[in-house]
Design a protein around this ligand. Structure first.
Ligand code: PEP
Length: 276
């Protein structure tokens, strides 16, 4: 690498000296966040249908993850063990065990062979007042038990309208993720989810998504190095569906999606997987 600054995606630079070379490949991921939906039998049918349909398609390197409610995780990991599906939780507590009535810990998830946990979803930040420090401890808790966090970040509409979206996302990452050493950070999946796009039917444009994903990757490069940035999967979430997935996933810094509503029907979810 020359004395020049290294350019990532034309409009973003990282400082000289950050690049350490190497052939880099990041994982492509489509993850379904089922939220608080489905009866047990509906959930069983949904994951079985997804597993069956996945058998018929060539996934290449795409990883397919489903995140059902806690009470269905055992059933889901059972079915997933015979398929290409990986299973994630939607939440986790920051403690390993103890007097925390109603909570679920990372060791519990690990004992069910859960691979991922969503952390920092905007609904948890909003309705359960989850703050930066709590999310940081949750990230530590899952990584200590070899579960990968799918860490959500994103601005609300007034923040975007005020031009503060980059600052908001920067704070979210700095306060809850950037304490990690590089080898642990490499286990993190980031999901950029503009809150104004979640469940609204109004997705970010590919331009808006790409701009923020490139910004996030540049931050990671500045904090760690170019290799870490290139290996970090950054998913887009927010009203992503079978119609718009292809153009969103075509953005060079969009490595897949975190899908809410459109993950609840196997046909549509599979269409989204095929779009990657
Ligand atoms: C989500 O809640 O993570 C999400 C992306 O939801 P939706 O796809 O329904 O907007």
């Amino acid at each position: 690498m020359s004395n020049e600054q290294l350019t990532i995606n034309n409009n973003s630079t990282i400082p000289e000296g950050s690049y350490i070379g190497g052939g880099l490949m990041r994982k492509k991921i489509v993850a379904g966040n089922w939220k608080m939906n489905k009866s047990f039998f509906e959930a069983e049918e949904l994951i079985s249908d997804i597993a069956e349909e996945l058998e018929t398609i060539d996934l290449n390197d795409t990883e397919v993850v489903v995140c059902p409610p806690f009470v269905y995780l055992e059933m889901a990991t059972d079915i997933a063990s015979d398929s290409n599906i990986r299973v994630g939780a939607q939440n986790v507590n920051d403690h390993d065990s103890g007097a925390f009535t109603g909570e679920i810990s990372a060791p519990m998830l690990k004992s069910l062979e859960v691979d991922y946990s969503i952390i920092g979803h905007s609904e948890r930040r909003k309705y359960f007042s989850e703050d930066y420090a709590f999310l940081r401890r949750k990230v530590d808790a899952v990584l200590n038990h070899d579960i990968q966090p799918i860490f959500c970040c994103g601005e609300i509409l007034p923040e975007r309208e005020a031009g503060k979206h980059f600052e908001i996302v920067r704070n979210q990452l700095e306060e809850s993720l950037f304490h990690l050493p590089a080898e642990k950070f490499l286990r993190v999946v980031i999901a950029y989810e503009p809150v104004w796009a979640i469940g609204t039917g109004v997705n970010a444009t590919p331009g808006q998504a790409q701009e923020m994903h490139a910004f996030i990757r540049r931050m990671v490069a500045e904090k760690y190095n170019f290799n870490v940035a290139e290996e970090t999967s950054i998913l887009y979430g927010g009203s992503c569906n079978a119609k718009n997935a292809r153009e969103l996933f075509a953005c060079p810094d969009v490595d897949g999606g975190l899908i809410g509503g459109a993950s609840l029907k196997s046909d549509e979810f599979i269409q989204i997987v095929k779009s990657l």
